[in-house]
Design a protein around this ligand. Sequence first.
Ligand SMILES: [Ca+2]
Length: 374
Amino acid sequence: MNKLTSRTGTIVSAFAMMLALRAEPVKVIFDTDMLTDFDDVGALACLHALADAGECEILATVSCTRGNASVGAVEIINRYYGRPDIPVGAPKGIGVLGAFAGAEAKVDPTSPLGERVGHDGGHYKYRKLLADYPGWYRYADSDDAPDANEVYRKALAAQPDGSVVICSVGFLTNIRRLLETQPDSISPLDGMSLVAKKVKRWVAMACRYPKGKEYNSRWDAESSRIALERWPTPVVFSDWSYGFDIFAGRALAESDCSVRNPVRDVFSGNIPSRDEVRRDPAKWLLSCYGMGGRSSWDETAVLAAVRGETSYFNIAHGTYRMVGNDGTNEWAPSEGGPHIRITEKLAKAEVGRMIDELICRPPAKSGKAKGMTE
Ligand SMILES: [Ca+2]
């Protein structure tokens, strides 16, 4: 990093800090697939770093996938940052099931966590995390976790009106299920009314500009269609096209490993070496890796959720909608459209450095809790 970019980064960070000091912490519910890719881990790390800085409060962290290690992995990261009591949950009945999108079969809960179970699309990295951090989580199987609907409804019902930001970086299963909830002992409001009353904005990493099949919106396409059509408050998209060429994580992967850090473990175990990237950068780019690390789809959604969609981004108004039945989405631009997509304002390399700075911050509090083993 040269002196000029270093100074620019310092100025941007100082500006963000000034804004943060003036504002109340943003109340965030984080909804992740934590399935095969690992920008989810970077995103949750960023969220905790921002919570440590007083910029946000994490109300709940839910998985949108079932029958796998996703909830346990979320719990390990929450515990590392000293917040083991954040409510967790997972969907029931519908949505992506198993080790990867399309698996449609639960991961065998009796299989040893440290071993791969056949082709798993990369979910092994999370099962390995559970094997490496025994005692840091309650739910080795996401199906044993509370219903995400209950977690969402409790979190929303307890908050002031118009105060909550939902940040989803996975499939839209929980979002759809929440909208379809009925009045219950938690709240007399149905899902649509509860969201309209409590949620300021939903920030989603989903969809592909201007049209295409994007992972988060395609694999539970029916839920995506319902969520995009019915959501009653503003929606901000950090779409595939925005985060693809923002690379982050290498700084953490190559950092001091004398202190245990599950976030670093995931990044160091999954980012190709500098030599590998140098030998064939075009090949790695096709796989969404650059010299700086992995594409930062989910981390950019967290930045937009906590620091706002105009903090480092330009915005465009319109509507993201699902077309046909094969998981394709398209963007329809319009002045008064209900959706916003973020585009480049601050140079993407600078956004990547900001993400690196956040995920490299050590936790403000010790992650080790009473009664938990190493
Ligand atoms: Ca994700």
